[in-house]
Design a protein around this ligand. Structure first.
Ligand SMILES: [Zn+2]
Length: 53
């Protein structure tokens, strides 16, 4: 499950320590097409977008 930060609209895992008050996302935004589009280190445990949803 992904979470969108309310501060800067960046996308994080629900367990990310930096996301704080986030909004749960049922789907990743369309502009996210690869794991490389997700900047935060909280995604480093994932190898591909298929593992996220
Ligand atoms: Zn994060």
């Amino acid at each position: 499950m992904a979470t969108m930060s309310a501060d800067d609209f960046s996308i994080h895992t629900k367990d990310c320590p930096t996301v704080g008050d986030g909004m749960p996302l049922s789907d990743l935004p369309d502009e996210v097409t690869s794991i490389g589009d997700l900047d935060c280190e909280c995604w480093s445990e994932y190898d591909s977008l298929d593992e996220i949803s």
